[in-house]
Write a protein that binds this ligand. Structure first.
Ligand code: ADP
Ligand code: MG
Length: 401
């Protein structure tokens, strides 16, 4: 079929889409794909995963399992990933027989902080002053002094502030490097952050790129806690600059799919790229409820070759992350010293507030720091969304923001 938009090369609804990974991002991708008429196969070794439970088929096997990859490629018209640490070789193997996005090479860049920083530099995108510490000898390199106080981050496998240590002196650096296992790391200068924002772009096979509105993010203990859109402290010029930088990175990576770029706004108002995620991002979850096209819809569209249109924010939104900590009540005088039992928060209380939507990921075990769900508050005006979100936070025992 041809239309004003050109020939339709999109994936037929009789075909399946595939996703590597069974986490909550995969679950929300599955939901978006199913709404759009696709069946989805999930490759995930864990028998009880959020996406595995939602998918039309769950291939329970390792990501590098040759038979499972062959089965996925045979069943699906296109395959994507929902987590960045998927082995790039799994993507490469699949790409021999089925379209895969994002491309393995782009995922590999995002998996490794040193490669990521090289990519920023090559694309002319400013990032934190840093040094790559590949081996113990690098701890003595003369440039280290200028990077302290800094943050030591493992080059790979870090997330939610894990695999990181704040270091103020050369002695602390040596200690932290050993504590992190002596693996390759990046030492970054600690920057004076005024705000944190992120930009989510989606790029099609034809290079056409669209983006969500800029998100403003608050982290607690290295984990995303609150996202606000529109970003309350970002003017239009700075937002446009962030979007342009994210689009430049997508182009530099020859990217197809959804890419998130996290930025710092420094005390002097300048913009610095922090890191990239080759997939939808926690800071984009609000788009399910506040935009006419969500980040997961965009992932489906880029994967299935459907048209990309710029998402429109139809409501102001505040997203609150719901970590497993909420399942563990604070000790009272009566319970002090006792082993507390986890219990589900009182959702009815927050759902009684206007504009609240609760998303739970179907994880049975609540652990501290584990992302169990999120809630999005939407309203016609940002002030109203914020006021209700503060009430919801109060009900749940979350700190104000
Ligand atoms: P993760 O992969 O765990 O998200 P990040 O590199 O994004 O790791 O770091 C987590 C958080 O730590 C950031 O969102 C920011 O709040 C803080 N942070 C990271 N790097 C720096 C830095 N160079 N200067 C100041 N704060 C930082
Ligand atoms: Mg981060």
């Amino acid at each position: 079929m041809t239309s004003a938009a050109g020939p339709d090369r999109s994936v037929d609804r009789s075909r399946w889409l595939g996703v590597l990974g069974g986490g909550q991002l995969g679950r929300m991708f599955v939901h978006a794909a199913q709404v759009q008429g696709y069946s989805v196969a999930v490759l995930e070794p864990d028998p009880g995963s959020p996406a595995g439970a939602a998918g039309d088929a769950h291939l329970q096997a390792g990501y590098l399992d040759a038979a499972a990859l062959a089965a996925l490629a045979a069943r699906c018209a296109a395959v994507t990933t929902e987590f960045e640490n998927v082995p790039a070789d799994a993507l490469r193997t699949l790409a021999l027989s089925v379209p895969v996005s994002p491309p393995a090479a782009a995922v590999e860049v995002c998996q490794h902080r040193a490669r990521e920083k090289q990519c920023f530099a090559a694309a002319g995108v400013p990032c934190a002053p840093h040094a790559v510490l590949a081996s113990v000898g690098d701890l003595d390199s003369p440039q280290i002094g200028a990077l302290l106080p800094g943050l030591l981050k493992t080059a790979s496998l870090g997330y939610d502030g894990k695999g990181q240590a704040a270091v103020a002196t050369a002695a602390e650096l040596a200690q932290a490097w050993t504590a992190l296992g002596g693996v390759p790391c990046v030492l970054e200068k600690r920057l004076p952050l005024r705000h944190e924002i992120s930009v989510i772009v989606a790029r099609g096979l034809d290079g056409l790129t669209v983006h969500l509105p800029v998100q403003q993010n608050l982290h607690r203990d290295g984990v995303l806690a609150v996202t606000q859109v529109p970003a309350p402290d970002v003017d239009a010029a700075l937002a446009a600059q962030a979007v342009a930088l994210a689009e430049r990175l997508a182009r530099a990576l020859d990217y197809v799919g959804v890419l998130c770029v996290e930025f710092f706004i420094l005390a002097d108002g300048t913009l610095v790229a922090n890191e990239m995620a080759p997939r939808p991002h926690n800071s984009g979850h609000y788009s399910i409820d506040a935009c006419d096209v969500s980040q997961f819809d965009l992932q489906v569209r880029t994967l299935a070759g459907l048209p990309l249109v710029a998402p429109r924010l139809h409501s102001a939104a505040v997203m609150l992350n719901l970590l497993g900590d909420l399942w563990w009540p604070a000790a009272t005088a009566e319970t002090a010293g006792l082993q507390p039992e986890p219990r589900e928060p009182d959702w009815a209380q927050v759902l009684a507030l206007p504009g609240v939507r609760l998303h739970l990921y179907g994880k049975t075990e609540a652990r501290r720091g584990r992302k169990m769900g999120h809630l999005t508050v939407t309203a016609a005006q940002p002030e109203a969304a914020r006021a209700v979100a503060l009430q919801a936070a109060g009900c749940l025992g979350l700190p104000p923001f």
